[in-house]
Design a protein around this ligand. Structure first.
Ligand code: NAP
Length: 292
């Protein structure tokens, strides 16, 4: 799609967030639209938190066909929509909105994106797996919902603020009998759990500014254990560096970013994005940015 190809029939999609200029979604969604031959464009919209209701009303009035929702609007957008899909209800957050004949339907593709990336990028099955999930914010909530749906055998949620974990776990307690849920503090209590853990997932923002996760002794993990860091920028966090030093297979959240985008695309266009197109677009963009 070039600017001279935009007509009255061109469908408009987008992403709302604040800030939104750093989002990589326009790169991958526009490339996927182009390759699929869809007459559409995907545009970033910076929406300040106190303007969210007006922005959603505007997107509705403009008949925008669909949009992604990113930080800090994933929870606040929920009451502004007409309907929530089960994925959004369970995750307690919306990252994708579909405009279905004027009705705005909220979905969550983050959780399924995470599971797809764990399977494809880490080579790890989730069903029957013993997981330590670090974090209790929005990303952790989506991850927990997806891990329960994928029937992990246990999930221990670890967080700096334990009261947030208790709140999080109380809403999941009875719905998933196949997944044993409990929480732990960092340090000694976690050290007793790590030797019987198959998969560690970081769902905190620790690592984005080069921070280590204190109180997580990776040396105690069994040799087969794997590490997933949802942070993808920087590509190599201290957690990933340490995991590699201990010989553990570990990946960043790049694959999750791509997989949630592919699922959003499929919801809007009722056909999947061509395989590998979004990942290829991001790889090309990031390598050209690194050279610049
Ligand atoms: P959030 O709701 O703000 O939650 C932040 C989490 O990080 C909380 O558990 C918080 O613990 C913890 N935390 C923050 N600073 C900490 C510190 N100094 N020490 C210990 N814990 C700390 O954020 P979010 O939306 O869940 O996002 C979390 C991360 O996931 C971000 O890095 C985001 O980029 C990433 N993410 C990646 C993808 C992807 O596609 N790869 C998708 C979604 C999110 P407290 O409760 O104690 O404050």
């Amino acid at each position: 799609m070039t600017i001279d190809m935009i007509t009255g029939k061109t469908k408009i999609y987008g992403i709302i967030g604040f800030p939104v200029h750093h989002s990589l979604s326009p790169i991958m969604q526009n490339m996927a639209l182009h390759v699929a031959g869809i007459d559409g464009v995907y545009v970033p919209f910076a929406v300040a938190p106190d303007q969210l209701a007006e922005a959603v009303a505007g997107l509705r009035a403009l008949q925008i066909c669909g949009f992604n929702v990113t930080i800090p609007h994933k929870v606040a957008v929920m009451p502004l929509l007409d309907e929530l899909a089960p994925t959004a209800v369970l995750a307690g957050a919306v990252n994708t909105v579909v405009n279905q004949s004027g009705r705005l339907i909220g979905h969550n593709t983050d959780g399924d994106g995470l599971i797809a990336s764990i399977v494809n990028d880490l080579g790890c099955q989730v069903t029957g797996t013993r997981v330590v999930l670090i974090g209790a914010g929005g990303a952790a909530r989506g991850a927990l919902a997806a891990l329960c749906r994928a029937e992990a055998s246990s999930v221990v949620v670890v967080n700096r603020t334990l009261s947030s974990v208790e709140t999080l776990l109380s809403s999941f307690a009875s719905g998933f009998p196949k997944t044993k849920l409990r929480f732990s503090a960092f340090g000694e209590q976690l050290s007793e759990i790590l030797p019987s853990t198959d998969l560690v997932i970081n769902a905190t923002s620790l690592g984005m500014a080069g921070e280590k996760i204190e109180g997580l002794a990776l040396a105690l993990l069994p040799d087969h254990a794997k590490v997933y860091d949802m942070v993808y920028n920087p590509a190599v966090t201290p957690l990933l560096r340490d995991a590699c030093a201990y010989g553990l297979k570990a990946v960043n959240g790049f694959g999750m970013l791509v997989a949630q985008g592919e699922r959003a695309f499929a919801l809007w266009h009722t056909k999947p994005a061509d395989s590998g197109v979004m990942r290829g677009a991001l790889d090309a963009f990031l390598s050209s940015s690194a050279k610049a």
